[in-house]
Design a protein around this ligand. Structure first.
Ligand code: COI
Length: 359
């Protein structure tokens, strides 16, 4: 048995939210995991599970000024009384890649996974069991050193907070979304931080997101930052197209987030016998393919968004409707397989589920 993480009990537990109205990321559990870093005190220290509460932060904390802040998103599910995490090793590996890009200290992936399991064990009553529901897990790390000089900070805090959640877009997770193809602003360029899960990437997306929302669209589809020609990703998802029965998705090029759901869906689709291509896809190619009747389905993938069909794409003065604004058969099949494995309703031959033990 691994060593128990220090645990500070709270006096009173919170009232749990109505499981019928969870929303996404609106409720937080009783406890959080916390870990501090000080380069002068040997690095990471004081790993503990404490009551979920506001934190004290110096107003000059560098993370607030210069954006050293990376995060992750993963989920826990409950099925037949058992609580599982889905591919958590992938999230801890990716957070290290993001930390590396922002010149922040690496974490010990195994140690953090063990801490997370202990936290989720304590909070197992918070893991919702309804269709499409899960416990959304948000690890994040930010610079806490006080000072306004621009340099890599010497002090950081890592927190993991937990939020019982339903579908990201609200309501039915398979309701097709309306996507606006952004042709003015860009999200990332190669050599930048597009591949890393850093807070600034999301801040940079908000103006376009608001513009799209005002025009009646749910999300923005980004084009590449140089030619504004090749499709990259959607605000909170990677994107897939089904052309003539074949799955096509933008190849990872340094400016696209290497999604864990993306990776899982590619593996799953191949196993199910679909051909999958990762390559450059221009927006013109997609419109041509649509005109020829070959663009059969479009869907996004993400931890929060799961597998989410796209019903509308708007680019410049054209708006196209995909598959009659209905969830296509391949999207539906991948959704059923993927969520079946995650939730424990289907077998897990790849060993993607990680059981949370009772400590
Ligand atoms: C996730 O899918 O977990 C994300 O982090 C995307 C979004 C909620 C920011």
């Amino acid at each position: 048995m691994s060593e128990k993480v220090k645990f500070e009990k709270r006096e009173e537990l919170k009232q749990k939210p109505d499981p019928k109205n969870l929303g996404f990321g609106q409720h937080f559990t009783d406890y959080m995991l916390s870990y501090d870093y000080d380069s002068e005190k040997g690095g990471w220290h004081d790993l503990k599970i404490t009551p979920y509460a506001p934190i004290e932060l110096d107003p000059a904390a560098q993370g607030l000024h210069y954006g050293q802040l990376v995060f992750e998103g993963l989920k826990a599910y409950k099925h037949n009384g058992e609580v599982v995490l889905f591919r958590p090793d992938q999230n801890f590996a990716r957070i290290n890649q993001s930390l590396d890009r922002l010149e922040m200290p690496q974490i010990d992936e195994e140690e953090l996974l063990e801490g997370l399991k202990q936290l989720v064990d304590i909070e197992r009553d918070w893991v919702p069991e309804g269709e499409g529901q899960s416990l959304y897990i948000r690890p994040f790390v930010f610079a806490t050193e006080a000072g306004l000089g621009v340099h890599p900070a010497h002090n950081y805090k890592l927190l993991i907070i937990l939020s019982p959640s339903g579908s990201y877009y609200g309501g039915d997770s398979l309701k097709p979304t309306r996507i606006y193809v952004e042709d003015e602003y860009v999200r990332a360029v190669r050599g930048g931080v597009g591949f890393a899960k850093v807070a600034g990437n999301y801040a940079a997306s908000l103006l376009s997101q608001s513009n799209a929302n005002e025009q009646g669209y749910d999300q923005v589809l980004w084009l590449d930052g140089v030619e504004r020609k090749y499709v990259e990703e959607v605000g909170s998802m990677n994107i897939f197209f089904v052309e003539n029965g074949k799955l096509v998705t933008p190849q990872l090029n340094g400016s696209i987030l290497p999604g864990i759901t993306r990776k899982t869906v590619i593996a799953l689709a191949k196993e199910l016998g679909y051909e999958v291509e990762e390559r450059h896809i221009s927006i013109d190619e997609l419109l041509e393919s649509y005109d020829k009747g070959e663009l059969e389905e479009v869907f996004g993938t993400g931890t929060a968004a799961v597998i989410s069909p796209v019903g509308t794409l708007k680019y410049e003065d054209r708006e196209i409707t995909i598959n009659n604004n209905e969830t296509g058969p391949i999207t539906q099949r991948l959704y059923d397989e993927y969520t079946g494995i995650q939730s424990g309703k289907l077998d897990d031959p790849q060993g993607w589920r990680v059981v949370v033990p009772e400590y």
